[in-house]
Every structure is written in C-alpha cells, then in structure tokens.
Design a protein around this ligand. Structure first.
Ligand code: SAM
Length: 202
C-alpha cells in the first residue's frame, strides 16, 4: 500500500516512526545533556518532544524524576516499553501530548529539555510553546535547548527557526547563559545548529 504524501509536521514525523526511520534513536542523549547531568544534583526534568525517551531514561537512571511528552503515539509506546525494560517506571512518566498544550502539567521543573522539537513548530504554535516553557521551568531553573537554525545562505532550506526569533520568544523570561553554535548533519542534510543554556528569571 502506498501511503499518502505527508502533509503536516505530525504526519511527516509519525511516518518516520512507522518506517523505523528515526535517526535520533541513540542509546544515550547528546553529550551536552550528559554533561548537565554530571554537573547537577538530581531534580525534576521535563523532556519536550521526548521521542523514545533517551534523555528521560538517562536522567531517571541518575536519580532524576522525569516527565516526557511526545505527540507521536508510537514514540510514547516505545519510550514506555524502554522504561519498563530498564525498571525505571517509578521515576519516569511518558505522556502522549502536544508540547504546545501542556495544561495537564503543573509542578515546575528544575530542568526543561528540548532536543530538536521547538525548531520544527509552526509559527502560530511557538508563542504557546514558549509560554508553557516559562510556566513549567522553576525560577532559577534551566531550559536546555538544541535547535537547527535557519540558514541565511540557503533560503530554500529556511524551514527551521532563526536565532533572533528564538531570542524574542524566550528572552523575557530567560537569561541566555551560554550559546554554542555548530552544524548538524541528518542524513544528507547539514544545517547550522546551536545549543542554548537558558536560566529562568527568579
Ligand atoms: C528530532 S526528534 C528528537 C527526539 C528526542 N528529543 C531525542 O533527542 O531523542 C523531535 C521529537 O519531537 C516530537 N515533536 C515534534 N513536535 C511536537 C509537538 N508539537 N508536540 C509533541 N512532540 C513533538 C517528535 O515527534 C519527535 O519525537
């Protein structure tokens, strides 16, 4: 059977999970996340666009209490299965939900993490996303963000987020403690990208 052309962000990403074409499915989270865990005492962490939950599972294994959210049901099912296999179900919860509609979460988190989710959100959803991150990061807590950045030199590939847009979304509630610029290759594509360490205003 031929699947219809993917139309939305959700369709595109879900199709990846259905085809087991999930290039971010590594056992460990990125080194920036590992370094954060090494440098901080365990607390509460929220994993936005958690996928199969590699970051939540790693932090839970290091004493954190983690909540992961993803809008693809197969991602959440996979994450829950991994938590069960690792004996971590008491420390980690995975929710099938949209990161722009998190009214069911209340308690502020010491760490809110986004590895590759915000940059793909449609324009009209970004303010809701930012408001959820503001509300759910405890004062003094960290929002650790990895994003592909729109490439000014390749206007035909401007499908990610620009740094000024990102800063405008977040700089009222957060201080940008550190930014590390780089590039990231996924399959045949290479984009500018960056890690952002943001601190929630007290
Ligand atoms: C690039 S993947 C990274 C997954 C995970 N953070 C990791 O590093 O393994 C981005 C994830 O964000 C999820 N996602 C994208 N938009 C979302 C939304 N609006 N609500 C919830 N999840 C979303 C996708 O389903 C996908 O699993």
């Amino acid at each position: 059977m031929t699947l219809p052309e993917p139309e939305s962000l959700y369709d595109r990403i879900r199709q990846r999970y259905l085809e087991h074409n999930v290039p971010w499915d590594h056992t460990l989270p990125p080194p920036e996340v590992l370094a954060f865990v090494d440098a901080h005492q365990p607390g509460r962490m929220l994993d936005l666009g958690c996928g199969y939950g590699r970051a939540s599972l790693h932090l839970a294994n290091h004493g954190w209490r983690c909540d992961g959210v993803d809008f693809v049901p197969e991602a959440i099912q996979g994450a829950q299965a991994r938590a069960t296999a690792l004996g971590l179900t008491g420390r980690v919860s995975f929710y099938h939900a949209d990161v722009t509609a998190l009214d069911f979460l209340f308690e502020p988190y010491d760490l809110v993490l986004d590895v590759g989710c915000l940059h793909a959100q449609p324009l009209e959803a970004r303010a809701r996303y930012a408001e959820n991150v503001r509300r759910l990061t405890r004062p003094g807590g960290t929002f650790l963000l990895f994003a592909h950045l729109a490439d000014d030199e390749q206007p035909e590939k401007r499908r990610w987020i620009t740094r000024p847009v990102l800063e405008a979304l977040l700089n009222e509630a957060f201080t940008f403690d550190r930014i590390e610029l780089g590039t990231t290759t996924v399959g045949e594509d290479t984009w500018p990208s960056a890690w952002f360490w943001l601190r929630r205003a007290a």
